[in-house]
Design a protein around this ligand. Structure first.
Ligand code: AMP
Ligand code: MG
Length: 401
């Protein structure tokens, strides 16, 4: 266990990714393409078709053979619509053709209809200079049969599913969902739907994390709310070991008397690290209980959100075989000053206004609403100060789902 100084974010991330690599889910399942969104491809998707499967026209116009053309107007010998095979081009003629229609054998050029003149006798006069291959999308321009289009480990979003559809696929082989036991800890927690009681709050982390886990392809085992009692905590962790790939908890990882989760993990489990150089989210606790990894997120909603988004998310993606787990981040000018250098890496909920990052006025780790107001997180590394107009990395929330 590292005590002081606090563990840097990179080190915590590397440690979580190493855990995931050691645990990598080997099982896969076959799913209908339409069911595979947000899942991870288990085997390479190999093209069975050239795309396009045949040369086709990029324009509505006229197809001709430039090689054997003397520049004179040409009669129209056939019309080819998309979806038709078309006949070979007769020498000394052109073909009326529409976008997406196969270019007739023997044609090597398509001129767009705006650039031709239709003569009274039905012939077509070409008024502009023509180039071989123009407006023809060659066979295999996008890919050849046999090429790997998507590699195993690719997350499947609408683009990837469409790539599979373009090959005529109806099913994909995907990694099985990680099973995540989700446990909220805290005597003060009530589930929405139960009457409010003095001293209590409603459980919001459960809702946040259930939906986020779902978006990351995970199956959630909802383990409910755990009271702040060590005996209960130990028992529940023992029960949850069976059937879960990860136990994800919120709350109870600080150093207070009621912070049982961290205590039990340190006393009866195998702690890996505790206390990060991150703000919010310092008490994040990671370890094993029995054979099962435990990620103990802090209870404060903004702390839970930041540590899940930056660390637990990466672990869950890598567990499914995703290699590139770092969210895209862009440098943006900030609309605020940050005069005091911090010892922890700060993640500030911010919105982009006219290209500048504006902070939510209340950055307290207990405030959830700022996340909904914001577009993402501004990252300020340890020791850095900023003046308004300086650039800092910005991670859009959309990247974290
Ligand atoms: P803890 O990490 O257990 O010390 O909790 C820190 C703060 O987060 C306390 O104010 C808790 O009441 C609050 N909190 C803990 N768990 C949740 C939860 N599931 N939903 C909303 N707030 C929570
Ligand atoms: Mg608590």
């Amino acid at each position: 266990m590292s005590q002081n100084p606090l563990m840097p974010v990179e080190e915590a991330l590397a440690s979580l990714l190493a855990m995931a690599d050691a645990q990598r889910l080997p099982e896969s399942e076959t799913l209908a393409v339409d069911q595979a969104r947000q899942r991870v491809l288990a085997t390479d998707l190999v093209a069975t078709l050239d795309l396009p499967p045949w040369p086709n026209s990029a324009m509505d116009g006229y197809a001709l053979n430039l090689q054997h053309w003397d520049g004179a107007p040409l009669p129209v010998a056939q019309t080819v619509f998309a979806g038709q095979p078309g006949a070979p081009l007769q020498p000394g003629s052109c073909a009326r053709i529409f976008t997406g229609a196969p270019v007739p054998e023997g044609a090597d050029c398509v001129e767009m209809q705006e650039n031709v003149e239709l003569l009274e006798d039905g012939r077509v006069r070409f008024t502009q200079a023509l180039k071989t291959g123009q407006n023809i999308r060659p066979q295999g321009q996008e890919n050849r049969a046999g090429e790997v289009l998507l590699q195993a480990g690719k997350r499947l979003g609408p683009f990837e599913l469409a790539v599979a559809a373009a090959q005529g696929c109806t099913e994909l082989q995907v990694v099985r969902r990680p099973r995540v036991a989700l446990l909220s800890t805290g005597d003060e927690l009530l589930e929405p739907g139960t009457p409010m009681r003095p001293g209590c709050i409603y459980n919001s982390n459960r809702t946040l994390l259930r939906h986020w886990l779902d978006a990351l392809g995970c199956e959630v085992i909802d383990a409910g709310i755990l009271p702040d009692r060590p005996q209960h905590t130990r028992l529940r962790l023992e029960q949850l070991q069976h059937g879960a790939d990860l136990i994800l908890t919120t709350g109870g990882v600080s150093a207070g008397d009621a912070d049982c989760l961290g205590q039990v993990l340190r006393d009866s489990g195998r702690p890996l690290f505790w206390k990060l150089a991150i703000k919010p989210g310092k008490p994040l606790t990671v370890g094993y209980f029995g054979q099962v990894p435990v990620i103990g997120l802090p209870g404060n909603p903004a702390s839970a959100l930041v540590t899940f988004g930056l660390l637990a998310r990466a672990y869950l993606l890598r567990l499914q075989g995703v290699q590139e787990v770092a969210p895209l981040s862009v440098e943006v000018p900030v609309a605020f000053a940050w005069p005091k250098a911090g010892k922890r890496r700060e993640y500030l909920r911010a919105r982009l206004e006219n290209g500048r990052a504006v902070l939510y006025p209340n950055q307290s780790s207990g405030v959830l609403l700022g996340a909904s107001w914001a577009d993402g997180l501004v990252e300020i590394v340890e020791g850095r100060t900023l003046q308004a107009g300086d650039r800092a990395p910005f991670i859009p929330f959309s990247e974290l789902f």
